[in-house]
Design a protein around this ligand. Structure first.
Ligand SMILES: Cc1cc2nc3c(=O)[nH]c(=O)nc-3n(C[C@H](O)[C@H](O)[C@H](O)COP(=O)(O)O)c2cc1C
Length: 187
């Protein structure tokens, strides 16, 4: 079940570096793309950084709306995740074609992708330099959600393989999120 995540804990959703799905909406169009270059940037207020390349349809919609969402797909969504990173929403309705269901965001206009295990609703902060030079968006997290079967009391607990998030290496090869281990601080 999707439950809210406290904003101060929301960047924990990204600390393990999963490949994500970014959605954006503007002017009656909605789109989704794969994005691996997404990272936590600050705790409070929570901020993230995301690379969204110039020329993508998603970039056009983010530029128009100033908002986007980040959804964390699982192994069960691997092929759809890869595929929406290999084609453009200018040419195809990726949601309908690749069977991705959505639910509305609570605060932003862009939707959340169903079947994922974590979700961040984001508003772009004005950083025109990095945006233009590096396609790098800095955004504030204004709402966050997680599947309470997998993200328990602010911590990931993957028990079923199909729930594991994925990490892109290259050309469609991914790792899934692995074993949980506890480090101890050396004396
Ligand atoms: C696994 C994967 C990860 C990707 N990560 C990023 C990323 O972090 N930033 C980016 O701009 N494009 C990334 N891409 C490429 C976009 O998803 C791709 O350009 C997409 O076709 C853009 O779609 P759009 O034109 O519908 O927005 C990635 C692609 C794949 C397959």
């Amino acid at each position: 079940m999707r439950v809210p995540v406290e904003l101060r804990r929301s960047v924990r959703l990204l600390n393990h570096g999963p490949t994500t799905l970014i959605t954006a909406s503007a002017g009656g169009r909605t789109n989704v793309m794969a994005a691996a270059w997404v990272m936590a940037l600050d705790f409070n207020p929570p901020k993230i950084a995301a690379v969204v390349a110039e020329g993508t349809f998603t970039r056009e919609l983010i530029d128009a709306s100033g908002e986007f969402t980040v959804s964390l797909p699982t192994l069960a969504l691997l092929d759809a995740t890869y595929t929406v990173g290999e084609c453009s929403g200018r040419d195809v309705d990726k949601f309908a074609t690749y069977g991705l269901q959505t639910t509305p965001g609570s605060v932003v206009s862009a939707p959340l992708v169903e079947g994922c295990v974590g979700w961040l609703e984001c508003r772009v902060l004005s950083e025109p330099g990095p945006q233009q030079r590096y396609d790098l968006f800095v955004a504030e997290v204004v709402a966050a959600w997680a599947d309470d079967e997998v993200f328990v009391e602010g911590d990931w607990r993957f028990t079923r393989d199909e729930h594991r998030t994925v990490h892109h290496l290259s050309r469609g090869v991914f790792f899934t999120t692995g074993q949980r281990v506890q480090a101890r601080r050396l004396p």
